[in-house]
Design a protein around this ligand. Structure first.
Ligand code: ZN
Length: 690
């Protein structure tokens, strides 16, 4: 076989070194054609005799796995080893993939067969078979499979229109940002701005053939100016530019105003939700999530508001007292940074010296060994896509192999920014043979230099722990059906539970001792620095909480309260949410929704609350370790069995209950955010179940 992407033997690792752009489209076309042919055959057989789970669903699981074997290496390389050739073929293949997925989702005959098979599988079957079928049936219905032809047609049109409008929202935002710049020649006005930000601005000026500094409106520059610039007018200027992006208040071209588009997006979402039987888009969005209903989410968020508002007001009052004057929105980050430095004297650069990547990894592997008995063994023989990427075999406490982990941790120009975990191979046992799961863990840390190893900030340590939490969720699964094994089939608002949970360990003195070692002296982080780091964790915890709650409630309400007669009422609802939540004043010109790509660009629509929802779960799960001992293998074994192993096979609320012995409680999140139970109870509301 000369196309390495067509090696779909169970468990075969991708031949990363041999994959070329010219392999991609033929491999995908071949696989899609073969899958379609198999599907036709399965449907034909099913017309003769009613199929069983084994006759119909297992072969379909195989088709999905076969496609993953072809496409996962391609999308991975597109993210970490991008070349113009690969990008071109990747973009050409996306519509082929989308068409195939739509064909399946809209196949009414297949839907009826799934429904018939579901009748034969008892609810709660231990292997997750019934959960798999229930998820599939739900997704068929959400894709409009049961609609009569004209309504189905309309549903498809809406989905296409939405894809276009959501993309245009993001495009307008990018164009509006690109249309703005600020030129400065007076160095005195730039006082306080960090050197690397200034250097980029100086470079941009040189490239434009100008003197001085030319600032663009990218997020790092914006954050650097708002946090560090001493000049108040400069901060106000940047604040206005940022918070009016793509709006009627912006200096940018009027054609880039996202306002009308946002109303259209809300209207289309509402119409689509109604077509498939929901009262509004928020209800439609929650159909695939752990949270049961819109009122449940709203009550959850409002309880957190009540619990945090008193603490938020005190934090803001302390900040104004520190500044010595009333604070405008463009003053907050600047004075907060000053106050943080004064209170904790903690510097990222000082901390970095104690976190050389090899030491952190060694400590992280040791932690995973202590908790779950796992061993990770580097295997240099496995083909990778870059010399610094590594592959580890993952072994259980008794030496049994349980999976594999690729790590690619350094930033490179041809690599997408950010950090993520992705599944390379999913666990599968369909015909008696076991295919072990394999994960990708990708970060963008500064590479080592000739004289020093890669040195991580504590934030970057948290990132590494976070992604390791996702990887363990993928690797420790015991579920045999790929579509519900590992992270597959886990609701969006619960998928961050295992990852945020892992971050908790990176704040513990005993774990910090395991993962730190000065890159020259080898000495662990001094106790006094550990203490200051731990104290700084909760700095402005309530203010951050309130900001996230404001976004979450706004997102929920504009989707839940949309009415075709009244339109979006976006700024009106935002005003109501702010009145109820915010303690930091907003500027009159502020049009933050016009830049809220998380929800208007797609993805998090009526789902922004998921961040906080999952954080309640992860904080409360981690609190079990605080109670029983952070290195105690007993809660670890329970967490592994009840949460990490079950994938999407089990109701997460039930899984959480089994782990914790009770429903989730918001108290741990409040405590981890520095919001004391006392402050919460002064407002009359104690912690309550999430
Ligand atoms: Zn995550």
């Amino acid at each position: 076989m000369d196309n390495p992407l067509l090696d779909t033997r169970a468990g075969a690792l991708p031949a990363f070194a041999a994959i070329r752009p010219e392999h991609v489209e033929p491999a995908l076309q071949d696989t899609l054609a073969a899958n379609r042919a198999t599907l036709e055959r399965l449907l034909a057989t099913s017309r003769e005799a009613a199929p069983s789970f084994e006759d119909l669903i297992l072969p379909l699981e195989e088709l999905g796995d076969r496609l993953q074997h072809v496409w996962s290496p391609v999308s991975h390389l597109h993210a970490v080893a991008n070349t113009p050739g690969l990008r071109e073929v990747y973009n050409r293949c996306l519509p082929l993939l989308a068409r195939y997925q739509t064909e399946i989702a809209q196949n009414a005959e297949l839907y009826r067969l799934f429904a018939a098979v579901a009748q034969t599988v008892p609810e709660g079957r231990a292997d997750g078979a019934r959960a798999l079928l229930d998820h599939a049936l739900r997704d068929f219905r959400l894709a409009g499979v049961t609609l009569p032809p004209e309504k189905k047609q309309r549903f498809m049109e809406i989905m296409e229109a939405l894809a276009g409008k959501q993309a245009l929202f993001e495009q307008n935002l990018l164009d509006a940002m690109a249309a703005w710049s600020h030129h400065e020649t007076d160095a005195a006005k730039l006082d306080g701005i960090p050197a690397n930000t200034l250097e980029r601005a100086a470079e941009a000026a040189r490239a434009a053939g100008r003197e001085g500094w030319l600032f663009h409106l990218d997020q790092p520059s914006y954050v650097a100016v708002l946090t560090h610039a001493r000049n108040r007018e400069l901060r106000a200027l940047f604040h206005r530019a940022w918070s009016t992006r793509a709006s009627d208040q912006a200096p940018s071209p009027p054609g880039l105003d996202n306002g009308p588009l946002m109303d259209e997006i809300l209207a289309l979402r509402h119409e689509a939700a109604e077509l498939v039987g929901y009262t509004d888009f928020a209800e439609y969005s929650l159909a695939t999530k752990m949270a049961a209903s819109v009122p449940e989410v709203r009550t959850f968020l409002e309880r957190l508001v009540v619990a945090s508002r008193f603490a938020g007001r005190s934090e803001f009052a302390e900040l104004e007292a520190h500044a010595g004057h009333a604070l405008e929105p463009w003053d907050v980050a600047f004075h907060a940074e000053e106050l943080r430095l004064r209170k904790f004297a903690i510097s990222d650069e000082e901390l970095r010296l104690y976190f050389p990547l090899p030491r952190v990894l060694e400590g992280l592997f040791a932690l995973v060994g202590r908790l779950y008995g796992l061993r990770l063994e580097a295997d240099g023989q496995v083909a990778v896509w870059h010399p610094t990427a590594r592959y580890f075999r993952v072994l259980d406490s008794d030496g049994t192999p349980i999976g594999g982990l690729y790590m690619d941790l350094y930033a490179r120009p041809e690599k997408r920014s950010g950090a993520w975990m992705d599944d390379c191979i999913s666990r599968k046992r369909l015909d008696g043979r076991l295919q072990l799961p394999v994960a990708h863990l990708v970060c963008n840390f500064a590479p080592p230099t000739a004289t020093a190893p890669s040195l991580l900030s504590h934030d970057e340590v948290l990132t590494l722990f976070h992604e390791m939490g996702h990887a363990l969720h993928h690797l420790l699964t015991r579920i045999d059906y790929p579509s519900i094994s590992g992270i597959h089939g886990v609701p969006w608002d619960a998928v961050e539970l295992p990852s945020q949970f892992m971050e908790g360990f990176a704040w513990e003195p005993e774990i910090l001792a395991m993962i730190s070692g000065h890159h020259e002296s080898g000495l662990p982080l001094p106790p006094e620095l550990v203490e200051r780091l731990r104290q700084s964790r909760v700095f402005h915890g309530a203010l951050h909480m309130l900001r996230q709650l404001e976004f979450s409630l706004f997102d929920l309400r504009i989707h839940a309260e949309y009415s075709p007669g009244q339109g979006g009422r976006i700024m009106k609802l935002l005003g109501e949410v702010r009145d109820a939540v915010a303690v930091v004043p907003a500027a009159r010109y502020d049009r933050f929704p016009n830049g809220f790509a998380h929800i208007f660009g797609g993805g998090y629509a009526a789902g922004y609350y998921s961040y906080k929802w999952a954080e309640v779960l992860s904080s409360d799960a981690y609190a079990a370790f605080e109670e029983e001992g952070v290195l105690n293998p007993a809660p670890a074994a329970r967490f592994r069995r009840e949460i990490l192993e079950v994938g999407g096979s089990r109701d997460i609320a039930a899984a959480f209950h089994a782990f914790r012995g009770r429903p989730p409680d918001i108290a741990a999140l409040l405590r981890h955010s520095g919001i004391t139970a006392a402050a919460a109870s002064e407002t009359g509301t104690g912690p309550a179940a999430a």
